[in-house]
Design a protein around this ligand. Structure first.
Ligand code: ADE
Length: 200
């Protein structure tokens, strides 16, 4: 944010509440436990944001959304303005999901207390891809998942530590052989740890 590569604004839905208690949640129709986030404050907030700038996506963070994976992160990192809606309690009124949201994203098959941490995870995955964020501009390209493979092992000095040696190939100075070795290790590691990445 200091480098002005990205701007993040936080909006409090209570500022868009309409009753005198500033309620943003209410009991679920049909009964049951937990509270549901109301459609009106969310609609009013999104309307206000939309009137200020063109919004490319309105994303709801929810455990039943599409899994956040690198190809999606890459695509979304090209957008200009994204609204993130963090769910809480039992979730949001279904009409929000039907008519206001353009995309629903989950950061993994486990349930957190709200969408705030998922929103931060989402932001970090996007922001680190923006030019000027990572020190070495090329380093995101060699991340795990960027070519559908896990990243290969890396080493730094010393070349030998307590009898554990850095693979000789990495000390050889032969760039072509090193690239070949790294690719092989990536494939090996992917086969072992994320075999499903190799299916597609
Ligand atoms: N809200 C609660 N759990 C979540 C998850 N796993 N992903 C996205 N949003 C969530």
């Amino acid at each position: 944010m200091e480098k002005r590569v990205v701007a993040i604004e936080v909006h409090n839905l209570r500022d868009y509440a309409t009753n005198r208690y500033k309620s943003v949640d209410d009991y679920p129709y049909g009964g049951g436990s937990g509270m549901v986030m109301m459609v009106e404050p969310i609609d009013r907030c999104i309307d206000a944001l939309r009137s200020k700038r063109k919004v490319d996506e309105i994303i709801y963070l929810t455990p039943d959304g599409e899994l956040l994976e690198q190809p999606m992160v890459n695509r979304l990192s090209m957008l200009e303005n994204i609204i993130l809606l963090c769910g809480h309690y039992k979730g949001v009124d279904e009409r929000v999901r039907e008519s206001l949201i353009t995309r629903e994203i989950s950061i993994g098959d486990y349930v957190l207390s709200g969408g705030e941490l998922p929103a931060m995870v989402f932001c970090d995955s996007i922001i680190r891809l923006l030019p000027g964020v990572l020190g070495d501009e090329t380093s995101a390209l060699s991340d795990s998942f960027q070519d559908g493979l896990l990243a290969p092992p890396v080493y730094t000095r010393p070349a030998s530590y307590k009898g554990m040696n850095v693979p000789a190939i990495l000390l050889s100075g032969n760039d072509k052989e090193i690239a070949h070795w790294r690719h092989e290790k990536s494939v090996e590691r992917t086969e072992k740890r994320r075999p499903r990445l190799l299916d597609s």
